[in-house]
Structure formats: structure tokens, C-alpha cells
Design a protein around this ligand. Sequence first.
Ligand code: PLP
Length: 447
Amino acid sequence: MHGYDEYTQDLGKSILEYAAERLALDPVPLDGPRTKEQLDAVAGEALTEKGIGGQEALRLFAEELSLACLSTDHPRYLSFIPCAPTREAAMFDLVVGASSIYAGSWLEGAGAVYAENQALRWIADLVGLPEGAGGSFVQGGTIGNLSALVTARETARVRSGARPFRVAATVGSHSSIASACRVMDAELVQVQVGDDLRLTGEALREVLIDEGPESFFAVVATCGTTNFGVIDDLESVAAVCEEFGIWFHCDGAYGGAGLAAPSVRPKYAGIERCDSFIVDPHKWLFAPFDCCALLYRDPALARAAHTQHASYLDVLTDAPDWNPTDYSVGLTRRARGLPFWFSLVANGTQKYSAAIERTLEVTRFAEAQVISRDYLEVVRHADLSILVFRRLGWEPADYHRWSDGLLERQEGFVVPTSHDGETLARFAIVNPLTSEDDITAILDSMA
Ligand SMILES: *Cc1c(COP(=O)(O)O)cnc(C)c1O
């Protein structure tokens, strides 16, 4: 099991061969779910006392289990937020897996932590955060948001000596904000938005004054909501946060990547005033799952909130080193920022900007197509690369039948969404391989 012999050597070759073939597929098959009974029939007896051997286990995955997993990097996977890793990032993930790196501390993983911090600095520059800013890569936006909010509350409690318990965010903020509030036993106050769905400082100010500003420890603005890609009015929100001395967290899990695209960068004005920020490179920055960049304007505040103290950790916590684990919930960590770093360094940042611009271009094409077709209607102009639209005359069941049919025919994975109780169609385009032809084919299927 741990030794290296002829058998492991052969298996290693087979596994690398499989990975290389998967990475070469263009396009990759979409695939789709199977029932538990179907999977029982092929894999139900796989776990045995004697083992089935690596080659057979690999065959089981390659020929059965992998086919029951949707390929999130398929160019016509436009549901939720897809994942479209660069080949470099996906390939290098293999190396991270092979290298047994502990990336929680500088002592143990200095080389990896150094590289991750270089990638974080690129993001901090896009946001406009000052020199001392920093943080770490965590599993996803959910843990990133939670970690930032924990830091915000700790900071507010230390500063005020009181126990503020409220968070303000819009109704369009991500479900992970509500989840973080439940975990923290905090109260989420939802600020209403106007027709353009954006949080404004004015609306925020009213809510803070109504509820008592001293009861809030954080305001969450979103730059790129998950359903519509709405960017809140960050400048006015930042001003209100400064006025009341409340922590300003900016959730860019999906939309933060747009900071690297010159055509939309002005929409983020004010973001440089945030106290904390997240972006998921596994969404629109072309890293494999799972990877969220979490940044703080003043990382010392995060250390104070998150550093775990224990006698066996003293050698780490007493050193003046940068230990990524001190900036979030969690202790042990994979060097999950490394595949992103590798690809960024290999390709250079210009190619990232170009790839993001390409997805924006295809989204603009999709919006123009929707406008030009008399059976379709745009629900809200796409600020970024998410487009929500309606098929005139369709009931919810029609949307679901159409979506199921697309997947059955392996023509696309486009699940409906809803807004204000209405079922709608939605494209989330983060894959530079998604083309105008893909969009046209999917829209044709709705005629
Ligand atoms: C996806 C998303 C999250 C949650 O991120 P995970 O990586 O899925 O945990 C948070 N906020 C926004 C705006 C998102 O789009």
C-alpha cells in the first residue's frame, strides 16, 4: 500500500494516462446523474476485505462513476456557476495531490504559501487594497464569507466592548450569508433594493438608523450576485459603512473576477474601500474546485479572531511567520491556491483578462439574441456574464421539460431559476470555450 513496486508503477501510469486523456477531451462529454439503484448495480460490491486492486477500481471510476458526474467544464454547462479550469490549473492540481504539502503554516509549507500569497497579491491589487493586505485561500465562498464575518464581529466587540449581533445585506445576497448568520447566531437584516436590484447607501442608511447602527457588526455588499450578476453600489455603501464605523465586506465569489476585465472594471468603483473581500477562483478565474481567495485590509484583525491556540501549536503561533490557517475557520489546509498560482504564472495575467472579456462578449451576444427573438425577453440587462430571460408563454413545467430534454439529449445543462416567484431561464457564462454557436443552439431549442 505504501511501498513502491511494479504494481504501483503500472497503476501510476494508468492513472496519469486517464488524467491526461480527460484533460485532452474537447469538448468533454456532458454526462449526467444516475439513480442510486443504477450505481448499486455496478459499484455496490466494490468495497471488500481483500480489495479489488487499483486497476479495477480505476476501471470502475472511468467506466461507471465518472459518467454519473456532470462535467462542469462543458461549454454548454450554463447552470448555477460552472467551473472552467485552465488546462494548466487542472493539470497542476495533480501535482498538488501528489506532493503531501501542509499549507497551514509557513514552517511546513513556505514555498506553497509564498506562491499562494503572490496570487493573493494580484487579486488584492485588482481590488485596490493597500500593501499590508492579505489572507488565504479557503474551500469556497461560504467559508470565506463566514471567516470574514467572524473577524468583523470579533473586531466590533473588541472595539466597542458591546455585543453587536446584526449583519445587513440585500435580498439578492448569497445564501451563504444567511447560513453564516445562522452558524454565528447573528441576525441578518435584509435591505430592500429598487428595480435595478442594487444595494445603495441610501437604503442601507435608512435600515441602519431604523434598527440602531450600533447593533450591526457588518455590512455585506455583493459584486456580482449569483442569480443576476448585480453589482451593488459599492461607493455609496462604503461611505455609509465609514460614517457608522461598520465593517464593509464585499462578496465577489462569482463576480470578483470581473475586476480583471477592463470593460466592466468601472462598475466596481468603491470596492477599494472594503475591509474584507472574497472571490472564488473556481468560478470565473479558471481554477479547479475548490478555491476561494479571502482577503483582509488589516490581516492582524483576522489573526486575532481566528488563530487557534494550543500547546502543540506554540512553535507555529509564537513565530512571526505568515500562517494561512490564522485567517479563516479551519486548521489543516490543502495548498488549494497552488493550481491557480501555477496557471497565473504560466499564462500571465493578460490572458486572464482576455478570457474573462471573451465570456462577457458571448454574454452580450446572448443578450442581443434574446432581444432579437420575439418569443424571448430579457428580465434584467446583464452587468456581467449572467443573463436571466423569459420564454413568453411558458409555465414552470415548460421550462423544466425543456431543461430536462436538453440534458437527456446531451445538448446542454441549463436549469431554470426563479425571481419574485416567476420561473425563468438563466445563463451563467464563465467558460471561454462557450461560443456564440452554443448560445444560438440553446436559444433555438426554446422556439
Ligand atoms: C457561489 C457564491 C458563494 C458561495 O461560494 P461557495 O464556493 O459555493 O461556497 C457566495 N457568494 C456568492 C455571491 C456566490 O456566487
